[in-house]
Structure formats: structure tokens, C-alpha cells
Ligand binder design. Structure first.
Ligand SMILES: [Zn+2]
Ligand SMILES: [Zn+2]
Length: 345
């Protein structure tokens, strides 16, 4: 939910005939120094220190420009106060772009005063032009990198021979052990032993943390502007603490890995695990857990001597034999065999 606070103030204008500065947009339709008519395009927003309230005036709309003499007249005028000409075809004066104040985290009266302390912005500030080099250079770099990558990873056809074959199989062995573990005390397993409590952050919550405010100024086109101050409540994240319980519990823990390795001559087999007290669930018992198997072959190219170790699935690996010629692709620069491309001739 946000709150908004609205007030109306006078725009300011400087006389370009006598140089009198900071004349009021609504109250000074003519220059108090020389009597020259107000130029509506010279209106600007004041700093906070120079604001003059225009609370009680009725707002009728933006001023209109006399088509004959360009004098700015109030919206409800039927004829020009300068030359007396009709205002039926008159156009509305141009208004300033909305001004947004600097934001401050806190909401104090001092912050609100600092928002528009800077002098009115110079709208004729030159726009920075973008040099064509700004995008040609990065584009050229990207193109060069693309060409370099293409050359580096280019592949060609090759004739290879299977130089060696091997297989590896492993079985993970787990042992039943006592471990120190912890759980939120309200979900502690029944019968837990050696319980110790401590405090720990369990979750977070959002709590109120002041508000963020921003001020906007909108030129109403009749010598006044409306200043709206909008404030939105802010929140911050805060930790929520709870009781955590440390306790002893039984668990399976990986303790060793049984391995088997062989070449083309040995058919792949699983390693013996020699479990201690297999089949029980008590401290000191062992069980078999995950298994892995890999099948590899060294693929070499006679022409260049390039050699890569490739992994294959067991079906493809079984069809390959040491000394067999195979076809495939190889990196022209990297000399690395593309294992997926290997086919039995
Ligand atoms: Zn003047
Ligand atoms: Zn006129």
C-alpha cells in the first residue's frame, strides 16, 4: 500500500529582456522588472528552497498561445490580454517533462528538501553520439573468435586401428555405523540417544522496515506545477530461530570400493566384495551399494600416430577387437579422435 501527498507550486521564469530572474509563473504574467509579457517556454521547475505555493488558485487547464502575438493566456480567456485577438484557434503551450526527485531510503523532512536541491536541468545538453567503431570493433572480435574456433575444431576423416581394449567394474561397499546427526527438535525420531540442543535459523520472514518515497513534479502548463510525494512501505528479511537437536543415529556409510579390471582376453566380471556379516542391519555389518562399469579402447591413427582413449557402450565395445581397422573422424589441429564417429569397417 502506498500513500500520496499532493501540492501545487508556481513554476519560475527568467525575463530575457531585462534579465530579471525567478519571476512567478502564475502570479507574474508580465515581468515585474520591465513589464514584458511572460514567455511560457522559459518556465522551469524551482529548487526546493525556492518553491512558492499556489494552493488556492482554480486550475482551468494549460495556458493557450495567442495565434497572433504568441502571448500566453489563461485557458478561460476568450480574447488575448496582450493584443485583443480571438483565442478560438489557439494552441496549448508546451510543458516541461516530468521531473522525478532523487530517492532516499529514509523518510525525513531533510530528505524531502534534498530531492530537488540541484539547479534546474539544462535541457539543451548535447546528446552523446555513438561512434560506428563502438559496434564494428566488437563485431570483428566475435568474427575472429568464430573463425579461430572453426579452424581449431575442424575435423577430417581418418583410418584407425584398435590398439588396446579394457574394462573396469566397481562395487561400492557400505558399512552400518553410528553417526552424529541433527534434526529440528519437533521432528526428532523417537528413542534418539545423546541428544544436545542448540539454536539455529530455521526460516525467514518479512518484517516492516520504514518506507521508500519518491517525488514527481508535473508541469500543469498554466505557470504552476503539481508535486506528488508517493511513499511505499518497505520490508526486510529477518531470520526465524528454532531448536535443533544433535543425536546419535545408525546409518549406512560408504567405506570402500571393490574393483575389477581386465583386457580383451578376460571376460568382464563383477569384483568380489567379501562382505563382513552380510545380510544383517547392525553396527559393523556391510552391504553392497552402487555399481559402475566402463568399457574403453585405445584408437590410434597409423598415419599420424595420434591416439585417443575412447569409452563405448558394452555392445559396441564387444564388436571391436584389438588390431581391427575402424573408420571415424579426427580433429585436424587437436589430433583428438571423435569417439562417437568410430564405426567398424
Ligand atoms: Zn523584464
Ligand atoms: Zn495576442
Amino acid at each position: 500500500m502506498s500513500t500520496a501527498d499532493e501540492k501545487t507550486y508556481e513554476m519560475l521564469w527568467d525575463c530575457r529582456f531585462c534579465g530579471q530572474k525567478k519571476n512567478l509563473g502564475l502570479s507574474h504574467r508580465c515581468c515585474p522588472g520591465c513589464g514584458a509579457p511572460q514567455d511560457p517556454s522559459a518556465r522551469y521547475f524551482p529548487s526546493d528552497a525556492e518553491k512558492v505555493a499556489a494552493e488556492d488558485h482554480p486550475y482551468l487547464g494549460a495556458d493557450v498561445l495567442c495565434p497572433a502575438c504568441r502571448h500566453a493566456n489563461s485557458r478561460n480567456s476568450k480574447c488575448c490580454s496582450q493584443c485583443g485577438g480571438p483565442l478560438t484557434a489557439a494552441q496549448q503551450v508546451a510543458v516541461r517533462a516530468e521531473q522525478v526527485g532523487q530517492q532516499f531510503a529514509g523518510e525525513t523532512a531533510q530528505d524531502a528538501k534534498r530531492e530537488f536541491a540541484a539547479p534546474p536541468p539544462n535541457e539543451a545538453a548535447a546528446r552523446k553520439s555513438v561512434s560506428p567503431l563502438a559496434w564494428i570493433v566488437p563485431l570483428a572480435i566475435v568474427a575472429l573468435i568464430a573463425v579461430a574456433l572453426f579452424v581449431l575444431f575442424r575435423k577430417r576423416d581418418g583410418a584407425f586401428v584398435i590398439a588396446d581394449k579394457s574394462w573396469d567394474r566397481t562395487v561400492e561397499v557400505e558399512q552400518r555405523v553410528l553417526v552424529r546427526t541433527s534434526e529440528w527438535c519437533d521432528s526428532l525420531p523417537a528413542g534418539s540417544v545423546a541428544v544436545a540442543r542448540h539454536r539455529e535459523q530455521r526460516s525467514t520472514k518479512q518484517v516492516p522496515d520504514g518506507q521508500t518515497c519518491a517525488t514527481r513534479r508535473r508541469d500543469q502548463g498554466n505557470g504552476t506545477f503539481k508535486e506528488v510525494r508517493e511513499c511505499t512501505p518497505k520490508t526486510k528479511t529477518e531470520g526465524v530461530m528454532d531448536d535443533k537437536c544433535d543425536y546419535n543415529a545408525e546409518a549406512w556409510k560408504p567405506t570402500r570400493t571393490a574393483k575389477a579390471h581386465g583386457g580383451e582376453k578376460e571376460p568382464p566380471t563383477w569384483p568380489a566384495t567379501s562382505l563382513a556379516r552380510p545380510g544383517c542391519v547392525a553396527i559393523g555389518c556391510e552391504r553392497e551399494a552402487s555399481r559402475t562399469e566402463t568399457y574403453a579402447a585405445d584408437v590410434s591413427e597409423a598415419k599420424t600416430g595420434a591416439k585417443s582413449s575412447c569409452k563405448f557402450d558394452v555392445a559396441k565395445w564387444s564388436r571391436l577387437h584389438v588390431g581391427d581397422p575402424v573408420a571415424g573422424r579426427i580433429g585436424a589441429v587437436t589430433k583428438s579422435v571423435d569417439c562417437d564417429s568410430i564405426v567398424v569397417k
